[in-house]
Write a protein that binds this ligand. Sequence first.
Ligand SMILES: *[C@@H]1O[C@H](CO)[C@@H](O)[C@H](O)[C@H]1NC(C)=O
Ligand SMILES: *[C@@H]1O[C@H](CO)[C@@H](O)[C@H](O)[C@H]1NC(C)=O
Ligand SMILES: *[C@@H]1O[C@H](CO)[C@@H](O)[C@H](O)[C@H]1NC(C)=O
Ligand SMILES: *[C@@H]1O[C@H](CO)[C@@H](O)[C@H](O)[C@H]1NC(C)=O
Length: 326
Amino acid sequence: MKRSADRRKLIVSLGITKLLAIAYFTSSWNIYNNRVDKIEKCLSVFQSNGSLKSDLKWELPHCKLKIFPQIDSESCLKRRFAKNLNNRFFFFGDSTIRIKALTLAKFFNLTRDCKENCEDLRLVLNIHWEDADSNTTIDYLLNPFFNPYTELPEGAPTVLFGGAAWFSRPPEHLTFVQGHYFDLLHLPIPVKLGIHKARLDRLLNHLITFWKIETIIWILPETMLGNLTQYNEHIDIYIQQSLEVISKYPDTVIVWSSWRMFFDQLKNAEGLGSIMSDDVHVKDQYEFPGMQPLLNFLCNPVDENLDSDYCCHKSDVFLKEEKKNL
Ligand SMILES: *[C@@H]1O[C@H](CO)[C@@H](O)[C@H](O)[C@H]1NC(C)=O
Ligand SMILES: *[C@@H]1O[C@H](CO)[C@@H](O)[C@H](O)[C@H]1NC(C)=O
Ligand SMILES: *[C@@H]1O[C@H](CO)[C@@H](O)[C@H](O)[C@H]1NC(C)=O
Ligand SMILES: *[C@@H]1O[C@H](CO)[C@@H](O)[C@H](O)[C@H]1NC(C)=O
């Protein structure tokens, strides 16, 4: 009994490493295969090739994405809480990641803890949102160079991070900040990028072995536009070396590449005009549609009314066999 409860907890948290280990030891090859396919089907919201349809809808070839309204009208967080899913999310990286934390907090209608700098977020190191009723916290840390000495908020099992902008900028562009999270600021770009690779590896190791993070979502950065296109070459190197490092941690780190694909197709869509406010940041109105894969990942498993064509349908995540044992 204890064992099946443990198994459920593991599967629910999408701890892929553990899931694979348990599947390997307790199941026939068929069941194993089946489980892996189902979990992968859910994770594919982040990875598989999709296409942008009218109304900024993102579609995947093999499962239906639910389109969420701008605000969580279905108590996704409360349902997650009721199902014992952990609602603690930690975002870090540069401002492109901050926007995603802000967008998620806005969707969940969370109140921000605001003591100082409530309007200008550019150099605010930590942002914190919470909702006591659903035991939810979202934290953001401005850590643009992936400084591995990162304190994590208590109990966060899901970490989302990324952001290439600071690694790609020449030192003279950013001279206004100080502190240990900005320690690479004054180095030339090739040196920054060299350090990035070692740091990313150390960081992932630290998150997985020390902080016991179960799910890490690494967000592929969007390209720069306008007069910042010169940075794109560095962004490509950054992506390439990140993927090399990440490939060492296939059981824990998921690459969110569909965001980048969404962005690229958006950029090429006729009639949208400029999709970035300043060549670096995607305008607010496009951030939310781009977040749909994450919302499907978080909210679909707890939506009782969703039919099984949908990505991350509950039967793909809370496996039927496990439920019988409850
Ligand atoms: C996505 O598309 C690219 C380019 O067309 C292709 O190389 C890749 O294999 C595709 N990936 C998946 C998961 O279908
Ligand atoms: C969002 O939160 C505010 C303040 O807590 C509340 O007044 C409002 O009704 C909420 N909106 C929705 C749609 O739940
Ligand atoms: C809220 O979440 C934290 C971190 O996961 C956990 O330690 C705590 O027990 C939870 N509280 C409740 C009331 O579920
Ligand atoms: C282009 O770069 C210049 C100088 O670096 C800057 O002042 C200007 O605002 C940039 N233009 C745009 C559209 O971002």
